[in-house]
Design a protein around this ligand. Sequence first.
Ligand code: RIB
Ligand code: CA
Length: 349
Amino acid sequence: MSAGFNAEDLGRARAVPAFHPSPASDRTAPFGTPERPLPLIIDSDPGLDDALAIGLACASPELRLLAVTTVGGNADVAHCTENALRLLHAYGRDDVPVAEGAAGALLGDVVRATDVHGLSGVGNAQLPEAPNSPRPEGAIALMAQLISDSPEPVCIAPIGPLTNIALLLRLYPRLAPRVEHVCLMGGSIGEGNTTAAAEFNILADPEAADVVFRSGLPITMMGLDVTHQALLDRRSAQQLRTLGTRSGAIAAELTEFALERNLGWSGSTTSAVHDAVTIAHLLVPDLVTVARYHVAVETGHGPARGRTVCDGLPNRLRRRGFEANADVGILIDRDRFVRLLLYAYARLP
Ligand code: RIB
Ligand code: CA
């Protein structure tokens, strides 16, 4: 029997999909401290919210940001790479190498979100030119080299389509034990955003996501269920602008672009900073609540393509012979999250 709902308790609720209310579980992801910063690679498709995730990472002594690698997603990969270089320069982190990865999915059509992020991937922002160029070896080789050279296992925060991570696992399978944790933004327990079934990062490359979720790597999935709680609004955009810094102005401009878009689309007055939830989770031990799920990816070509099927119901898992393979984000303290972002940006130039 599923948990079920007492309809009278819901008052005049809108449609409430049936789902199993999984209990919170202990996190399996590590978190960094200034004394022991986590070695981290961010794989990204900058991207409005990617930009804030990268800024949060750059400003946090709890993380040792080894590289930002790029993947085609929100915008074409060339735009994403240029945006990564320019964002790191703006944040005062020219020390962090950038390398370009896959332009598109392993299989299937190219999926973009330029209607969401603008053709450039960063709205109308004119980011200052960067002095650096992308590393010639490319994203997969750079990730492999960094993971191989690191004295300790490395965390990866994929915040775009998972193409590069799948390629890393296929080209360098022996490095898998040196990946400490994959804390990704993608998927959802419930509905998607790009389609009713699928969230953008997973839909953009379902086959790659399938490789990652089947890999056996320790995974935390920050899906829409929790990232839609990580909201900025006009007040927080103003607070970023009031910092009076270049980084604050960039974050404010990107946030204002997203707020204008959402207001026009749906009358919403907030914007979800999806990607930054992955970074926040690696910084703060008790900010995000997670639950254990078996996550499988639909790679068919029907209406559910790219859906993350999340099963947390114990007796069903037993009956199907499945075990949970991921921590899935279910709750975040929005006020603490916004304060974390603002304090981080206050430390950037
Ligand atoms: O669905 C949200 C995700 O898609 C975020 O990573 C955003 O940057 C877009 O890539
Ligand atoms: Ca992204």
